[in-house]
Design a protein around this ligand. Sequence first.
Ligand SMILES: Cc1cc2nc3c(=O)[nH]c(=O)nc-3n(C[C@H](O)[C@H](O)[C@H](O)COP(=O)(O)OP(=O)(O)OC[C@H]3O[C@@H](n4cnc5c(N)ncnc54)[C@H](O)[C@@H]3O)c2cc1C
Length: 384
Amino acid sequence: MKICIIGGGFAGCSSAEILSHINGAEIKIFERSNILGAGVRTHFYGGHPYTFGPRHFLTTKIETYNYLKKFLKLRNCNYHQFKSYVANDNQFYNYPLNTKDLNKMPDKKKIYKEIKNTPKKHNAKNLEEFWIRSVGKTLFSKVIKKYNEKMWMVSCKNLDTFNWSPKGYTIKKGNKAAFDTHISCYPTHKDGYNRYFDLIDKIKNVKVHYNQKIKKVDFKKKYIRTNGKKFNFDVLINTIAPDTLFDFKFGKLKFIGRDFHKIVFPVKEIFPKDVFFLYYPGDEKFTRLVEYKKFTRHKSKTTLVGMEIPSLNGRLYPLPISKEQKLAHKYFKLFTKNTFSIGRAGTYRYEIDIDDCIYQSLEIKKILERDSWKSPIIGKNILF
Ligand SMILES: Cc1cc2nc3c(=O)[nH]c(=O)nc-3n(C[C@H](O)[C@H](O)[C@H](O)COP(=O)(O)OP(=O)(O)OC[C@H]3O[C@@H](n4cnc5c(N)ncnc54)[C@H](O)[C@@H]3O)c2cc1C
């Protein structure tokens, strides 16, 4: 069985490793750059290990954790905390908020009154309505509006799908941790997830073709052409934006990218103990700061903080806008039998994280091992 994989990020690597165990599988990965792992790969700055953004392994899918721990030693970080800074209150609150945070807010009376008056059920048409009807206008303006507008570079009135949103939606009682039902961990190795990516190249029936930018696939005749060479496939796994494979024939899918800055501070640790991320939901240009040491436990007299600024640099974040998702589905309909589209850009879904990439790859193996290959399958059908 000839399997071609487009893209060597987490989705491409996990599908290559997982499918390499199928009898008779011959796998080729086509990766545009000269490395595997994309933003999850660890690099070093002043000796400090870092990734592009946090890349924290957070999951409720135990099989994905069991899979990853076969390759990497994973350190539990269930105690991790996220905080968000609200400049008007000059306060750090938990992210997501809990009732202890509300009690610290100077306008708590107004907020509680608005929460009390929110409808039990509502059919919001956009993110702004969804949040105002869920938590009231004041809290929406304080912690949600500007954050989402800088994150997605559009008004909250234009964001009209919410399946990703309820991460911060419930206001937890008391002082409960944000993700207390999840497995939360990070590799103990100095180079993070890299040894997982590095082993992909060494699997006997996997060949990685680096520096190969795929622009088109012939789905009918079942081949990829790159640098003048033709590669036939029985099974195709796509992990990049689907519009790329069809010459953008219905139009270009919108994505948000990131400018990423690394800053070293002359102190051992800069965030409070157990605080891994800081979110900034106000006028600041950046959305999030990450203190890498919290994940990596790197020993140094200095500490590295990463800053993420939303931009149009890169196709990293699919937009939660139904018009864009419909456009992605127009492309998915062109996928033929035994061709799959997975990963974040491949499914055009923001909520796909590292664990979901593994989960989708495990599901594809199950599908290929059953005789009834019910393709085309896109991430949505696989995951839910
Ligand atoms: C800033 C940031 C922080 C994140 N933090 C976390 C986190 O803390 N925890 C978590 O679980 N998830 C996190 N995620 C999400 C998670 O990391 C991604 O969902 C996952 O890594 C996506 O993997 P992928 O293989 O689908 O895509 P990608 O990682 O984007 O990989 C796609 C690969 O395809 C290659 N490629 C692109 N175009 C072509 C082409 N035309 N031909 C050939 N190759 C091509 C790229 O070079 C790349 O290697 C984060 C995402 C971002 C952007």
